[in-house]
Design a protein around this ligand. Structure first.
Ligand SMILES: CC(C)(COP(=O)(O)OP(=O)(O)OC[C@H]1O[C@@H](n2cnc3c(N)ncnc32)[C@H](O)[C@@H]1OP(=O)(O)O)[C@@H](O)C(=O)NCCC(=O)NCCS
Length: 111
């Protein structure tokens, strides 16, 4: 883990993690975004994602990438925020997952 900067974002409603490889400061990997079950569908997911994107901008990242189940509302949620399918080939893709990216040049923040 020494070459990875790990920024954990925690609120009382949920959490996520931004991983930045120190040999490539330009890309952040957004992982494990989760709102605790009893707090879902009250807007906390939007708040958490926006907080993570704000941190990505503060860290001066060029892009944020993530993996998501292709056929899910979560994918459509990310699309609303401007994430697009990377269409990359994976040797051993996790079942039904795709990689998505959101780039600074098109604006890291907002929908
Ligand atoms: C994905 C997750 C973080 C969303 O958190 P949340 O607090 O429920 O989300 P919000 O209430 O802020 O809603 C965000 C958007 O998703 C939509 N949404 C939320 N839950 C939904 C559901 N079950 N079905 C359809 N749409 C849903 C909302 O309508 C909202 O869209 P809008 O802002 O355009 O109206 C939460 O469902 C979760 O923790 N899921 C389990 C972990 C997971 O799947 N993480 C994603 C890994 S890639």
């Amino acid at each position: 883990m020494n070459n990875i900067k790990q920024i954990e974002v925690r609120t009382e409603f949920g959490q996520c993690c931004l991983l930045i490889y120190l040999d490539d400061f330009s890309t952040g990997y957004l992982t494990n975004i989760e709102i605790f079950k009893e707090h879902r569908r009250q807007g906390h997911g939007n708040e958490l994602l926006e907080t993570a994107l704000r941190i990505a901008k503060q860290q001066n990242l060029s892009c944020v990438v993530l993996q998501v189940v292709a056929d899910s509302f979560v994918r459509r949620w990310y699309e609303k925020y401007g994430f697009r399918n990377l269409n990359v080939y994976q040797h051993s893709p996790q079942e039904g997952h795709i990689w998505m990216t959101k780039e600074r040049k098109t604006g890291l923040l907002g929908r």
